[in-house]
Design a protein around this ligand. Structure first.
Ligand code: NDP
Ligand code: MG
Ligand code: MG
Length: 341
């Protein structure tokens, strides 16, 4: 069975004699740095010259240095800059300043798993990945609540990699909720697959197809928007609370019978085959190679796809409806800026 760690399994004091460098002060970076700081850990934030995040980190009372200086000062390095710039930052600022016995830590295993970063022997390589956007990681901590997280050890040369990573996980509040042990491979591959097939890619595609089917058949876009997009939240909330059964038990018998008889006709075996193909591209590195090349080329397809998504009718209809109805206001205020999952 899977190991899950809680507060009793970790001691923040393990990091008493260490300085933790948090590179980046974005979604995850600000949350980790502030939570660690409030937990009594010595933190230095690493930001490049002219960084737009610098004033925020300083205003929050944290020490700021360049990434290179932060790494040089620290024995524990948490890499929280965007995945697409990590190998650059690693090469220029981290690697030259890493020492034997240091910990190099990530919140997502992409660059390690696909060999974009190849750390030297002699350092510990770990992952502490909150399963939540950074703004919630911070908010939960301030409310004495926890954020569930993942922990993985890629390389343990000191023999203390796990103990130190658990101390970090406790420092940011993750062991309050529970930390699940995993591997870099499992975290990366399941994360990429989930966001592509189900969470981000799959669900938006399903919504758009449903919306277009209704609108093309002559139903009003407003009604189609409510049915296919807006109501999704109510359904997902029920699934989140109590699984699929909570949802089935809460909807009408008509909705349940219709869904049970029609769902597998919509998302049928061919979709399952497509999912297996997408998973294979994740496993064999094809997706990551494509994404690296796309970034090197200045993101031409990405920009185009984004633009097309922006121009889809459902955006205009949704924007109009959200302005007209009060229900979205509260949520938009509470909404976290970050979309990563
Ligand atoms: P962000 O995009 O929020 O990071 C932005 C920060 O990185 C800013 O402080 C920015 O500073 C800095 N930065 C950007 N480019 C550079 C650069 N070239 N050199 C130095 N600093 C730079 O990242 P996230 O918090 O979203 O992601 C960080 C890690 O956490 C990733 O590995 C991600 O996969 C993982 N993760 C993210 C989650 C999320 O919800 N966001 C959830 C779980 C894991 P500047 O002002 O200089 O641009
Ligand atoms: Mg209905
Ligand atoms: Mg992801």
């Amino acid at each position: 069975t899977t190991d899950i760690y809680y507060d009793d399994d970790a001691e923040v004091s393990t990091l008493d004699d260490e300085t933790v460098a948090v590179l980046g002060y974005g979604s995850q970076g600000h949350a980790h740095a502030l939570n660690l700081h409030d937990s009594g850990v010595d933190v230095v934030v690493g930001l490049r010259e002219g960084s737009s995040s610098r004033s925020a980190a300083e205003a929050d009372g944290l020490e700021v240095a360049t990434p290179a200086d932060a790494v040089a000062q620290a024995s524990y390095v948490s890499v929280l800059v965007p995945d697409t710039v990590q190998s650059d930052v690693y090469e220029n600022a981290i690697e030259p300043n890493l020492e034997a016995g240091d910990t190099l830590q990530f919140a997502h295993g992409l660059n390690i798993h696909y060999n974009q970063i190849q750390p030297p022997e002699g350092v510990d390589v770990t992952m502490v990945a909150p399963k939540s956007p950074g703004h919630l990681v911070r908010r939960n901590y301030e409310n004495d609540e926890g954020t569930p997280g993942l922990l993985a050890i890629y390389q343990d040369t000191t023999g203390d990699a796990e103990e130190r990573a658990l101390a970090y996980a406790k420092g940011i509040g993750c062991t309050r909720a529970g930390v699940i042990e995993t591997t870099f491979q499992e975290e990366v591959e399941s994360d990429l697959f989930g966001e592509q097939a189900v969470l981000c890619g799959g669900v938006t595609s399903l919504v758009k197809h449903g919306y277009e089917t209704l609108v093309d058949a002559g139903y009003s876009p407003e009604i189609a928007y409510f049915e296919c997009l807006n109501e999704l939240k109510l359904i997902v909330d029920l699934m989140y609370e109590g699984g699929n059964m909570e949802m089935w038990n809460s909807v009408s018998d008509t909705a349940e019978y219709g869904g049970l008889t029609r769902g597998d006709r919509i998302v049928d075996e061919s979709v399952r085959e497509n999912m297996e193909e997408v998973l294979e591209e994740v496993q064999n590195g094809e997706f990551t190679r494509e994404w690296i090349v796309e970034n090197q080329a200045g993101r031409p397809s990405y920009s185009q796809l984004r633009q097309a998504e922006q121009e889809h009718d459902i955006e205009e209809v949704g924007g109009r409806l959200r302005d007209l109805f009060a229900w979205a206001e509260e949520e938009e205020q509470a909404e976290d800026e970050d979309e990563s999952v």
